[in-house]
Design a protein around this ligand. Structure first.
Ligand SMILES: [Zn+2]
Length: 183
């Protein structure tokens, strides 16, 4: 047995992926949001780090000044994490198609604009949802394709804003520990 996949195996894997995709498309489309019964972002920050936290929060808010509604990513009692993951998975695809599918699976369109800017100059490198969940900011590029604002930003180089929360980027936990040093 060779320790690399044979052409036949690669072919099979490709076909498997295609079949899965086709099957997914045929399925009844699941909503891109879910209702939440409890406040999951009610984490209290240690009072000792409050001023630092507030400064960092302001800096983060400045970064996303055009997306103020972001701070209430769970309002109406809904969690739009499935939408954000859907959008991230469609980077590089035609925006009209992505948007119309997203709209068909949402209760209202507004959460799309939390993550997706109409062009790069309006985009943010990241968007905060709730207390400590971040998602990569997206925008619609000149070819009308969905694109990432800051392709360099990863869970490995993003800095957390406080010590008391578990921060995530695109659902993946940040690996850099919190530091008092301001960057
Ligand atoms: Zn915290």
């Amino acid at each position: 047995m060779p320790d690399y996949p044979s052409l036949t195996e690669i072919d099979w894997l490709d076909q498997g992926a295609q079949h899965m995709q086709t099957a997914t498309m045929r399925q009844h489309k699941k909503p891109l949001y879910r209702s939440v019964n409890t406040r999951t972002h009610g984490v209290r920050h240690g009072s000792g780090s409050k001023s630092k936290w507030e400064r960092n929060t302001k800096a983060a808010a400045k970064n996303q000044s055009k997306n103020q509604s972001m701070h209430s990513g769970q309002r109406h009692g809904f969690d739009y994490t499935p939408l954000f993951k859907f959008l991230l998975s469609r980077v590089g695809k035609n925006w009209d198609e992505v948007r119309s599918e997203a709209v068909s699976r949402l209760d209202h369109e507004e959460p799309i604009s939390w993550l997706v800017a109409s062009d790069l100059s309006d985009g943010s490198s990241f968007v905060r949802i709730g207390e400590s969940s971040y998602f990569s900011g997206l925008y619609v590029d000149d070819d009308n394709k969905l694109a990432v604002v800051d392709v360099e930003l990863t869970p490995d180089n993003m800095r957390p804003f406080c010590a008391c929360c578990t921060h995530t980027l695109n659902g993946v936990r940040l690996t850099t520990p919190y530091s008092d040093e301001s960057a």
